[in-house]
Design a protein around this ligand. Structure first.
Ligand code: KG4
Ligand code: ZN
Length: 380
């Protein structure tokens, strides 16, 4: 099964061609420059940028795969969750492409995409993560998705062969998965919190990678922040980052006599102070994530843990999560960094899950009915 996948749920315009999880081509174009001066993603700007770029990105993905549109069996597109205007741009492009070329259109779930990135393989067929490409083995997985829009602990179960007809060959993905959310953020996502603090520090947008670079040279014990939800009940697996955000902003102003009303009079932070602040803040965000990951392992008894989402590119988070999971006798896996942020290859992989649930739209009526679902949850 060869799928042309399109992802436009936020500020990455991406297209990929994948064949049975082998990535034949992947094009990811980030709109960061368009949004940077606003300090965050502006939905209307995202939509326009997706619309402008999609024709070129999709044609690059097709030519990069060395296939033609005729060789492709289906088109897949992210339908949610995400920003409504951004989703609409990808969906309307994908609908047109599918109808004009007589292909089925598969609606894909963005969150399931982050989990499906576990199964991605290189063009050569070598899996990025060996363990999970034996699809016959029983999968019962605990995933931590951490991004600018999401902070979720997810339990994934293998359902076994469940393919419904529709005349499509399902091999080599004869399995379906069910997911349930064990915990999620009650307010800000971890990446959103990082980006907001980065903005206060003048690190630009998105702040995560810059914050990580400064943190490398800083003292993580210099500033003490409260670890969010440290005292919540042991079976509470939700996250919260807005309190940490407020505490960090207050600390910044208190420590450096910075008041919002009189920014111009504020003294500049020294490079070392910025490094120490970043290191301490980053450590607290990771503490908060790992606190709940540890609890989730205890509550569920699950030992197979997968870390994914844009923030999972953070080396400290990867290192410390791996150490934690292994110290508890578990196996730890993380998405390859290149595919940790939003990308269409993972949407192609998720589309195969959707296909196995019989969700492909084949007739014009079915394709027209596909709509954006900004608040889409996991398929049960
Ligand atoms: O998954 P993603 O590309 O898009 C969303 O779905 O949000 O994640 C983007 C988020 C941003 O908040 C960004 O600051 C954060 O991931 N991020 C990082 C790092 N690289 C990206 N956070 C911490 N450390 C990093 N190295
Ligand atoms: Zn994402």
């Amino acid at each position: 099964m060869t799928i042309l996948a399109i992802e436009t749920s936020c500020d990455e315009t991406s297209a990929a061609v994948i064949s049975g999880n082998r990535i034949l081509s992947s094009v990811i174009w980030s709109q960061i420059k368009d949004h940077a001066k606003w300090g965050g993603v502006v939905p209307g700007i995202a939509r326009r940028a997706h619309e402008d770029r999609l024709p070129e990105i999709v044609s690059k993905a097709v030519s990069g795969s060395r296939l033609t549109i005729n060789d492709i069996n289906a088109v897949a597109v992210t339908v949610g969750p995400g920003l409504a205007p951004a989703l609409e741009a990808g969906i309307s492009f994908a609908k047109k492409l599918a109808v004009e070329n007589g292909k089925p259109l598969i609606p894909a779930n963005h969150l399931e995409g982050h989990i499906a990135s576990l199964f991605l393989k290189r063009k050569s067929g070598t899996p990025f993560i060996n363990h999970f490409n034996h699809l016959n083995h029983s999968v019962c997985l605990l995933s931590l998705i951490v991004s600018g829009g999401h902070t979720e602990l997810v339990l994934t179960n293998k359902l076994g062969p469940r393919a419904k007809g529709q005349g499509i060959t399902f091999s080599p993905h004869p399995l379906a998965f069910s997911h349930s959310i064990l915990g999620r953020t009650l307010d800000d996502a971890a990446g959103e919190c990082i980006d907001k603090i980065g903005r206060e520090l003048g690190l630009g947008y998105p702040a995560g990678p810059v914050l990580e670079r400064f943190a490398k040279d800083g003292n993580p014990e210099k500033y003490k922040f409260p670890v969010p939800m440290e005292r919540s009940p042991r079976d509470d697996l939700n996250f919260s980052f807005s309190g940490l955000k407020t505490a960090a902003i207050q600390m910044l102003y208190r420590s450096h006599n910075i008041r919002k009303a009189s920014r111009r009079e504020a003294r500049e932070l020294t490079k070392q102070e910025i490094c120490d602040f970043c290191a301490s803040f980053q450590k607290t965000v990771i503490d908060a994530l790992l606190l709940k990951l540890k609890r989730a392992m205890a509550v569920t008894g699950l030992k197979t843990v997968f870390l994914t989402g844009g923030v999972s590119a953070n080396n400290q988070l990867r290192r410390r999560a791996g150490m934690l999971v292994r110290s508890l006798g578990g196996q730890f896996y993380a998405t390859p960094k290149k595919f940790s942020g939003d990308n269409a290859a993972m949407i192609g992989a998720a589309a195969q899950f959707a296909l196995n649930r019989g969700e492909a739209a084949r007739t014009l009526k079915e394709i027209s009915a596909i709509d954006r679902q900004p608040d889409l949850d996991f398929p049960a």
